[in-house]
Design a protein around this ligand. Structure first.
Ligand code: ZN
Ligand code: ZN
Length: 210
């Protein structure tokens, strides 16, 4: 079996069409480079219908993979490497990650569900199997024990929960200590303690400190 190798421009077009669809938009044919578009048509990854670019099933699968790599790269750059502006770097990075590195990065990050912009990361094999060949760095707060100290990296919550978290000061970069895990999950931030229900403790992703 040969692995289909596309040009970077072609990969970017696939990614952009997929992301446009995610937002309920369409990508027009005149907004992309013709040569790369022809390459994608030739490989059966997309079709053009009335000036609108559409992914084929094969194209959608390939695009989903590229989006996954892009968003994993964003997480890696922001969570582990501490980059503030991840977009530009992620765009270059995504083309360099092979399957083996993809699973290692995803596992290292604890199989994250969203990118730093809050967009969904398509799942990979490793997320379904939850392999732990690489030691995890990112934990859900609910996985920690009393006495553990951690730093908040990101949260995956709905709008109402996000407002609650923000008003309690539970935001990326904040340090906290786990006081109790039963009957309620109690954490301390500076001198204030907060009780969280299981769902909220699940929604907060942290790295251990100390
Ligand atoms: Zn993103
Ligand atoms: Zn994974």
């Amino acid at each position: 079996m040969t692995v289909l190798k596309l040009s970077e421009t072609a990969e970017n077009i696939l990614r952009d069409v997929w992301m446009a669809e995610e937002e309920g938009k369409r990508l027009k044919v005149d907004s992309v480079e013709t040569e790369a578009l022809e390459e994608l048509k030739r490989e059966g990854l997309l079709t053009v219908d009335g000036g609108i670019i559409k992914l084929t099933d094969k194209g959608r699968k390939k695009a989903e993979k590229i989006v996954r790599l892009h968003r994993l790269a964003e997480r890696l750059l922001s969570d582990i490497l501490g980059f503030k502006d991840v977009e530009e770097h992620a765009c270059k990075f995504e083309h360099l990650i092979d399957d083996e590195a993809e699973e290692a990065i995803c596992t290292l990050l604890g199989h994250p569900q969203v990118c730093p912009h809050g967009r969904k990361i398509p799942q990979g094999h490793c997320c379904i199997e939850k392999e732990t060949e690489v030691e995890k760095v990112i934990y859900r707060l609910s996985e920690l024990s009393p006495g553990d100290e951690a730093e908040v990296k990101y949260t995956v919550a709905d709008d109402r929960e996000t407002r609650m978290l923000i008003s309690a000061g539970i935001i990326p970069g904040v340090g906290l200590k786990v006081i109790r895990v039963y009957p309620a999950f109690v954490i301390q931030i500076e001198n204030t303690q907060f009780a969280l229900d299981k769902k909220l403790a699940d929604a907060i992703y942290v790295v251990r400190r100390g």
